[in-house]
Design a binder for this molecule. Structure first.
Ligand code: CTP
Length: 395
């Protein structure tokens, strides 16, 4: 997949820069032509000599060659590259890329790139989750740059959390997958987020689902070349502009949108936390406070996934199950009852799993009785695990 590809390996100043040597080595072994770009400060972490030796090419760090005065043509370098791989990507370099600041050769090349740019963030957990950094990452993604998700684990500071540069093997696998576009032409219908069931014009019955898992799946599916339709309950999230989004509020609206898109798709992933009940009456005026207790009568909503299972033709169906007790047994019952191909189980017993947070811990059960267990990971990494597991059955 990387054989003969021209790769600009761009390195900014993080301790993870030492891993760029291994990254360079793997790319070369895979048959890629590698030219290394460095920010001036990154040379404090790894020497240009190491990288020029491994890449078998000069290393580009300054605007001009100090001995001859000849300039390093950033436009030619950018045009040469089939893709740029920025690893490690520091908070500073990402911020400059997001804001259009061009004060070194690496940035000049970035702003001249016409082909794909991948970036693998590397920073301490508090820096990583700072809203300014998260905003910059989202902005870079909206420009079409491709995020290689940071991993969860021990950081150089000794703290444990999200922000560690993805493992070099994972970076290469990620890039290969992206270049491969295995899901090209596959139509996927995805649901995400909670549903809100109106009690009156100001109140509703809802749940704590943030939609992050479903949105991470949407992003990952786009990277793999799928055509994605996302039916989303109320969330504050945004997604890749290539995703066709239908925003809905209630379970019945979600049912309608899913049903109308169902015939045309190859794969359905129901990650939404659909309300099981809805008020029999939604009052059109705000319910006023009274002294005595208030009863709200609820009726069941339609089970969307069960409906899809009963009306399944060619589609592969993937459901989610959030359980507190007898997790595996309950998930298995759901898999069978709803005629699914896979079910992704989150256990509320697992710390860091479930609603709201950025991490999740899952087990996937398949209809042919296989069981796949995964560690606690970021939701972006979990999306990769889910798609890697179902991919052989779906594409
Ligand atoms: N689901 C659905 N429609 C509903 C309720 C759930 O499509 N009205 C889907 C969810 O999107 C999820 C799967 O069914 O993919 C399992 O949801 P979950 O809430 O775990 O299970 P339920 O079937 O609702 O059963 P229970 O709440 O009793 O565990």
């Amino acid at each position: 997949m990387l054989e003969g590809k021209n790769v600009l390996l761009a390195i900014s100043a993080s301790i993870a820069a030492y891993k760029s040597a291994f990254l360079c080595r793997i790319l070369i072994k895979k048959g890629a032509n590698v030219k290394v770009l460095m920010t001036p400060q990154s040379a404090d972490f790894i020497t240009p000599l190491t990288l020029s030796t491994l890449s078998k090419n000069p290393v580009y760090k300054d605007y001009y060659k100090t001995d001859t005065g000849e300039w390093n043509n950033h436009v030619d370098l950018a045009k040469w590259a089939d893709f740029m791989l920025l690893a490690p990507a520091t908070e500073n370099t990402l911020a400059k890329m997001a804001k259009g600041i061009c004060d070194n050769l690496l940035l000049a090349c970035y702003f001249s790139m016409e082909n794909r740019v991948f970036f693998a963030p590397s920073m301490d957990l508090d820096m990583f989750k700072h809203p300014a950094n998260q905003e910059n990452i989202a902005k870079l993604q909206s420009f079409g740059n491709i995020l290689i998700p940071a991993e969860y684990g021990e950081l150089a500071s000794g703290l444990v959390g999200e922000g560690r540069m993805a493992d070099v093997e994972n970076i290469v696998a990620f890039v290969e997958k992206q270049m491969e576009q295995k899901w090209k032409g596959v139509k996927v219908l995805l649901t995400a987020g909670p549903t809100y069931e109106a009690i009156d014009p100001v109140r509703f019955i809802g749940n704590h689902s943030s939609g992050k898992m479903g949105y991470a799946l949407a992003d990952e599916l786009i990277l793999r070349g799928a055509e994605v339709t996302l039916v989303s309950g109320p969330t504050s999230l945004s997604t890749n502009p290539k995703v066709k989004v239908h925003s809905v509020v209630s379970a019945s609206e979600m049912f309608e949108k899913v049903e109308s898109n169902y015939q045309d798709v190859d794969v359905v992933i129901m990650s939404a936390a659909v309300s099981d009940y809805t008020p029999v009456t939604a009052y059109d005026r705000k319910i006023k406070k009274k002294e005595d207790s208030l009863n709200i009568q609820l009726q069941p909503t339609k089970d969307i996934l069960k409906f899809l299972g009963e009306n399944k033709k060619k589609q592969k169906l993937i459901g989610f199950a959030l359980e507190t007790d007898n997790e595996l047994a309950n998930a298995k019952v759901k898999l069978e009852r709803k005629n699914l191909d896979f079910i992704v189980l989150n256990s509320m017993q697992d710390k860091g799993a479930g609603f709201g947070g950025n991490t999740n811990k899952i087990t996937i059960l398949s209809k042919d009785n296989k069981q796949f267990e995964f560690e606690l990971k970021t939701k972006a990494e979990v999306a990769i695990d889910i798609l890697n597991t179902i991919e052989p059955y779906c594409v």
